[in-house]
Design a protein around this ligand. Structure first.
Ligand code: ZN
Length: 300
């Protein structure tokens, strides 16, 4: 059984994992400080595991925007980001400088989507979306088990959608103000809720516009991609499960019967939490490692 390693680079923390088969055998967690520090800590963990028994491939699941096209000269490089010190960080090159094994890099959300497709809530789904609502809001799209990249990769978090009636919150995105990330990701909740999200009663009316905004996003994705699953994870969503309930309740009214009663009834199945919980990202990084190994074996 191949030993695979994965690195999930998130907005606030970085997780290195060792996988044996489908199981996470070991993990280490570090703060996402500078690229040099965070990568050095993750690579030190993988070096330890590699010494015990060789690691066959490494997958990297990174926050974006990041170049995910393996044919591009800057494959594996973070693009322009407001995150201090991270713009133009050459993630893949830093890993490649220490490890000669097969590597694959994709977005954190595409990786989490792969994990849910292979092992979780989206098994057997030809089209699925994985949303993460945490420090930021990102969305990965899988069609027939392949991540959608296009020119860069989807940037679902920066869609601007119809606002709830009477909601005057200006939004927290440094680029767009009230894009969906600017309305419902962690910093937005800190700005718009009267107390910490964890301290606010799930039935409080202050959650109403947040639930509406998430429902607008889900309705948009249902109409655009016709997915069999929209898996909604990330720190905010995993700790506020009532948001998924709210989305399930509100989306039918936004669709206004357009898809018919049968499709509307199935929305409860379409909109779901990740079966893998917080592990969707790290398991996804291991999936990327598995695919890197497979591609290398097939190419020989
Ligand atoms: Zn934005």
């Amino acid at each position: 059984m191949a030993r695979l390693a994965g690195i999930e680079l998130g907005g606030t923390k970085c997780i290195a994992v060792l996988g044996e088969g489908e199981r996470i055998a070991e993990r280490r967690v570090f703060p996402t400080t500078t690229p040099e520090e965070a990568l050095a800590a993750a690579l030190a963990a993988i070096t330890d595991w590699d010494k015990a028994a060789p690691v066959a491939a490494i997958g990297i699941a990174s926050f974006g925007p990041v170049r995910v096209d393996p044919r591009a000269e800057d494959y594996g490089t973070i693009l322009d980001t407001p995150k201090p010190g991270w713009a133009r960080a050459k993630l893949l090159d830093m890993v490649r400088a220490q490890f000669g094994c097969p590597l694959m890099l994709d977005t954190d959300v595409n990786a989490a989507a792969l994990a849910e497709y292979e092992h979780g809530a989206a098994r057997g789904c030809s089209t699925m979306v994985y949303l993460t609502i945490g420090t930021g809001l990102g969305g990965g799209v899988l069609v027939n088990g392949q991540p959608v990249h296009g020119r860069l990769h989807p940037e679902i978090g920066h869609l601007r959608l119809r606002r709830a009636d009477g909601d005057g919150f200006g939004g927290a995105c440094p680029f767009h103000g009230d894009c969906i990330e600017g309305l419902i990701a962690g910093p937005a909740l800190h700005a718009r809720l009267p107390v910490e999200p964890g301290l606010l009663d799930p039935t409080a009316p202050e959650w109403d516009p947040v639930g509406h905004d998430l429902a607008e996003l889900v309705a948009f994705l249902v109409l655009t991609l016709s997915p069999q699953r929209i898996v909604i994870g990330g720190g905010v969503a995993n700790r506020q499960p009532h948001l998924i309930e709210r989305a399930r309740r509100i989306v039918p009214s936004l669709l206004a019967g357009y898809l018919g009663p049968k499709e509307t009834l199935q929305l409860d199945r379409v909109i779901c939490p990740p079966a893998l919980g917080d592990d969707a990202g790290p398991v996804g990084a291991l999936e990327l490692a598995g695919r890197a190994l497979l591609a290398c074996t097939a190419g020989k």
